[in-house]
Design a protein around this ligand. Structure first.
Ligand SMILES: Cc1cc2nc3c(=O)[nH]c(=O)nc-3n(C[C@H](O)[C@H](O)[C@H](O)COP(=O)(O)OP(=O)(O)OC[C@H]3O[C@@H](n4cnc5c(N)ncnc54)[C@H](O)[C@@H]3O)c2cc1C
Ligand code: SF4
Length: 330
């Protein structure tokens, strides 16, 4: 690992000023992704600004009835918070489905959103990779891509975003708040991650030097009846090969409201808006759920070795919505 400077920030303005002064500086959250990438030479910052002492470690109710989650709240504290578990259970389940207890106690909300892809070519600096070195190529297209994207990818990059937490945040219309030297701003999660296109190295719409200060979850009564289901190659301590955050409100046998987001299928948590449109107002039942999944997955463009993800996600949608519907009927 290269030598680097380390500095601790105690207020938001100070942290932003430290990064603004030097583009080779990175914020350090829990370090569970950044430090790994520094060890392999993917990231080579000259200075780290430790943000864990910033006053951004609270989870509070908003006047509108949602939740505001500070950027340095650990994944462990987020999953354990009683209001998160009560109002947005799929979010708590998603966080608990990720990593390990030790990692969740270090990892932060801001860092989780900005964690990088686990594509093996990205993390191996001896290989070309458009995301790491723009214009160098994408060996995953013809190489190892069993866990790569089926939705929203391009011929320049087919990597998936690895976050579980982000999938639940996408389903619940989260808004990301940030601070720059020019002031505060916010981005709906739907606009936070950029389309891949021919610039896979540009991953988010955050302005340069932005510090994520928190995430707001708007009030969503449907979210109280939600679930996160993750499929992985080992029972624990593994990234998803496909996942689903779902919420369902059924009245008199008709779907009143549904929220769906897929994980490990695209460069970002994938909000399944086409599926939600099919579900809303339709009779509850497996046939409707399958039709909804198919509506979303019509846009899937699998690679030679990851077509299984289409069936996997379709089955997840039918299974999880059926479970949620049965619970509603009880
Ligand atoms: C073995 C292992 C297994 C894992 N399994 C899973 C899994 O199953 N599911 C899953 O979702 N994740 C998994 N993870 C990833 C883990 O969730 C992330 O590493 C973690 O969430 C990153 O948070 P952090 O605070 O440690 O980020 P850091 O490593 O500190 O930072 C990550 C990036 O975000 C930037 N950053 C951090 N905070 C801010 C901020 N507030 N504003 C602006 N930039 C910021 C940093 O500069 C860096 O670029 C796993 C990780 C490991 C090591
Ligand atoms: S899929 Fe993306 S991250 Fe992986 S090698 Fe191709 S360009 Fe790099």
């Amino acid at each position: 690992m290269r030598e680097f400077d380390y500095q601790r920030a105690y207020d938001v303005a100070g942290a932003v000023a430290l990064l603004d002064a030097d583009p080779d500086t990175r914020f350090l959250g829990g370090g569970t992704n950044l430090v790994d990438l520094m060890k392999t030479g993917v990231e080579r910052p000259v200075r780290l600004v430790d943000i864990r002492e910033l006053p951004l470690d609270r989870i509070e109710s908003t006047p509108e009835g949602g939740l505001r989650i500070g950027a340095t709240v650990t994944n462990g504290d987020l999953a354990a918070h009683p209001e998160v578990r009560r109002r947005y259970p799929a979010l708590a389940q998603a966080v608990l489905a990720g990593a390990s207890g030790q990692l969740r106690n270090m990892a932060t909300v801001g860092g989780n959103l900005l964690q990088r892809t686990r594509c093996g070519y990205f993390t191996d600096v001896s290989r070309p990779c458009n995301k790491r070195v723009p214009g160098s190529g994408c060996p995953a297209l013809t190489g190892e891509h069993r866990n790569h994207a089926i939705l929203g990818a391009s011929e320049h990059c087919v990597a998936v975003h690895p976050s579980d937490m982000g999938v639940a945040l996408a389903a619940f219309d989260a808004v990301v708040h940030f601070e720059t030297a020019d002031g505060a701003g916010e981005l709906p999660l739907a606009d936070f991650y950029l389309p891949v296109g021919d610039t896979p190295h540009r991953e988010t719409a955050l302005p340069p030097g932005a510090l994520i200060t928190g995430v707001t979850l708007p009030p969503a009564p449907v979210a109280a009846h939600s679930r996160y289901r993750k499929v992985r190659e080992r029972a624990s301590y593994a990234f998803a090969i496909g996942s689903l955050a779902a919420a369902l409100d059924i009245r008199d046998g008709v779907v009143r409201e549904a929220r769906l987001a897929f994980g490990a299928v695209a460069s970002r948590p994938w909000r399944a808006a086409a599926a939600e449109r099919v579900l809303t107002g339709a009779p509850a039942g497996a046939e409707t759920y399958a039709t909804a999944a198919d509506a979303e997955l019509a846009a899937a463009r699998p690679l030679p070795d990851n077509g299984y993800k289409v069936d996997l996600i379709r089955n997840l949608v039918v299974t999880v919505l059926t479970e949620l519907a049965e619970e509603t009927a009880r």
